[in-house]
Write a protein that binds this ligand. Sequence first.
Ligand code: PPS
Ligand code: MG
Ligand code: MG
Ligand code: MG
Length: 354
Amino acid sequence: MTTLYLRELEIAQLAVQRAAQLTKRVFHETAKGTVSKDDASPVTIGDFGAQALIIAALRHNFPADAVVAEEEAAPLRADPALRDRIWELVRSTKLEDVGAEGLLGGGVRDVDAMLEVIDRGGSKGGRVGRVWAIDPIDGTKGFLRGGQYAVCLGLLVDGDVKVGVLGCPNLPVDDAAPLTADIGANQTDDEGRGVLFSAVVGQGATSRPLGPGALKEGKKIAMKAVTDMASASFCESVEAGHSNQSDSAQIAQKLGITKPSVRMDSQAKYGSIARGAGDIYLRLPTSKTYQEKIWDHAAGDLIVREAGGQVTDTTGARLDFGVGRTLANNKGVVAAPAAVHGQVIKAVREVLKL
Ligand SMILES: Nc1ncnc2c1ncn2[C@@H]1O[C@H](COP(=O)(O)OS(=O)(=O)O)[C@@H](OP(=O)(O)O)[C@H]1O
Ligand SMILES: [Mg+2]
Ligand SMILES: [Mg+2]
Ligand SMILES: [Mg+2]
């Protein structure tokens, strides 16, 4: 039993590590090739490049698996200059460890293969079979602002998350480092930064340095016990449009939480609470129509649950990853240590009148 999903875990970790090397290069460039998508959200050359490298690694190792990924190649087909900038990044990003690079299949053949591989992320998802969920850069706005972002990869089997990996280049390596108020801006990936969170179902969650060298043994991580709500705080989005701020203030008041929320972009929030640096992840619906995307939650959901947490929507129902590309059956997210999750949900339901 203990070797279950071992190969999937190894490939996922290496694929995320390699993709994060690409995003780190873009993070340090002033011109990030930002394009605005139809929903007015940004995407950069880093998002496209990381998606190409991750899908290439998955296709080499698990050619029969379906892939649900956030980005598509259409804007690159319409803009050869943008396409060529991404190709240059993809072509030249390799793992230092030749053996590890070989395991990933050695990258992408040419520029046309890159466009093709990016568009392999268009699966509908669903309840049956193996589906990889990819967010090549989660928290693109944070990435552009110099805040937190994450490279995210999860494996769903028949709708359940079995493997989750999060690469967070701008979080401290040290699991015990406290979360500072300015974690959402002016971050670096200097020495001491860059962490890779992983989990396999039934086998716990770990953290280890993200790179650039060979991946070291992971350390088990666990959520911090919340014994007193007065010393706890919420971990929430930076973007006000992604989580309802006035509802969260009322919920905090009901629970007796007095500390301000820690604001951080991306699934770095899930990783941070899973290792006990933060307490409770709260994401409250801002609109009746927005459906959360599976790639924004799959890896984080498993990592938190394997670290001793519970992850549900605002009604207390588990996140349902088996209904397609979105979490159509869920509204919002509440992730907390198992012992206090029920108490948090009660307050959320009262305030949201659920
Ligand atoms: N309206 C609305 N409501 C909720 N969530 C939304 C909404 N619009 C976008 N998104 C998704 O939010 C992803 C980033 O989420 P976070 O809130 O964790 O980070 S951030 O503080 O907003 O950067 C972000 O992921 P990326 O696009 O990968 O950055 C979006 O998928
Ligand atoms: Mg996006
Ligand atoms: Mg995202
Ligand atoms: Mg993204």
